[in-house]
Design a protein around this ligand. Structure first.
Ligand code: MG
Length: 371
């Protein structure tokens, strides 16, 4: 039995194209399976999270990050009595709109679009993928996902104003998304924040002593690990500290969200939707710790000088390919060529955003290097 504020599948507004019910999978289970079987999901394997394959095969990719975020989101959902199936599909789909090369790729693509008075947003792109770009079914374009999954996709970590985005009107822009969508944002943040310490250390770009001296939460847990396992290797003590940090954030997340639900007497999905702010949250202290972690990672890892040549190359690859295809839309693959008449920039952006790191590098070698 779910909590009264959990989103029951029977409350769903349904799919764009009506379909008969499945014999034993409910609508959200089917949505999860459709996402898992989609091409965009498989491509996550070859998209950068923070580190490219140049470093090692055991760093997180967008795919393994997605699975870690899903694990955290399901744990939280289960403890809060939320709809775990809806949470799982939202976690699995939350990053499918990301272009190649991580955030460097996203910034470069957005900059290209702004030259044409347009912009790139990965949530909107994810919606376009599940609505139109996936071709799997004979009966309809896209994946024909339920309303709540589409709503969760665009409301991932941001709100939209109805005046600025009238085309999103159907998604109840004046309301908060169900809790199942709200938990994804923080599950995502907790997943990558803890993982980036791990990959940062493994890459050699972060030093253990530096983390210890700059991140008090880590230092506190590292000391506990040292006390419990004085003879263990430093990396194992590091792992123990990260494990405790992860547990600290997840436990606080569950406790604080439950507290807010209780205090505000939230007893239905309607009450969640009408609440003036999102209810899934860390408490003030844990939130300050999370920000401290994030600030450290921004200062010491994400813009590390050793990552710069790769980021600059990513920008060059995206910018040069974008410019090439906008100026020569006749060289695009047929499906894109046909659509390019309407807005070459938008079509080229869609084409590039769907690419994996490997594929765009191969295109760059073939198209630009061959010029
Ligand atoms: Mg993510």
């Amino acid at each position: 039995m779910g909590a009264p504020y959990a989103f029951g599948v029977e409350q769903s507004r349904g799919r764009r194209h009506a379909e008969p019910a499945h014999a034993y999978r409910d609508a959200f289970q089917r949505d999860r399976d459709r996402v898992l079987h989609s091409r965009a999901f498989r491509r996550l394997e070859n998209k950068t999270q923070v580190f490219t394959r140049r470093y090692s095969d055991h760093f997180r990719t967008r795919l393994t990050h997605t699975l870690e975020a899903a694990q955290i989101a399901r744990t939280v959902a289960q403890q809060l009595g939320l709809n775990e199936e809806l949470v799982e599909v939202l976690a699995l789909v939350h990053d499918i709109g990301h272009p190649p090369f991580g955030h460097a790729g996203e910034r470069a693509l957005d900059a290209c679009m702004r030259e044409h008075g347009l912009w790139f947003d990965h949530n909107l792109h994810a919606l376009r993928i599940v609505e139109s770009f996936e071709h799997r079914y004979a009966a309809f374009p896209g994946l024909n996902l339920t309303f709540e999954v589409r709503e969760g996709i665009i409301k991932h970590s941001r709100d939209w104003s109805i005046d600025e985005y009238p085309e999103l009107r159907e998604y109840l822009l004046d309301q908060r998304p169900p809790l199942e969508a709200q938990v994804i944002d923080l599950a995502d943040e907790i997943a990558y924040t803890t993982a980036d310490f791990d990959d940062g250390l493994e890459s050699g770009l972060l030093a253990l002593e530096e983390i210890r001296s700059r991140v008090p939460l880590f230092e506190c847990f590292f000391r506990i690990a040292e006390h419990e396992y004085p003879g263990a290797r430093a990396k194992l003590k590091f792992n123990e500290a990260i494990k405790r940090m992860l547990d600290r954030f997840v436990t606080d997340f569950i406790g604080e969200t439950a507290r807010r639900l209780r205090e505000r007497k939230i007893d239905s999905v309607e009450a969640v939707r009408r609440s003036p702010e999102r209810l899934a949250s860390l408490g003030a202290e844990a939130e300050a710790e999370r920000r401290e972690c994030k600030q450290f990672l921004y200062e010491r890892l994400y813009y590390h000088t050793q990552l710069m040549p790769e980021k600059q190359h990513a920008e060059r690859v995206i910018t040069e390919l974008f410019t090439h295809w906008v100026n020569h839309p006749e060289t695009l693959p047929r499906g894109y060529r046909e659509k390019a008449g309407e807005s070459a920039a938008r079509v080229v952006c869609d084409y590039i955003a769907g690419m994996t790191d490997n594929y765009i590098l191969a295109q760059y070698a073939a198209v630009i290097a061959g010029e």
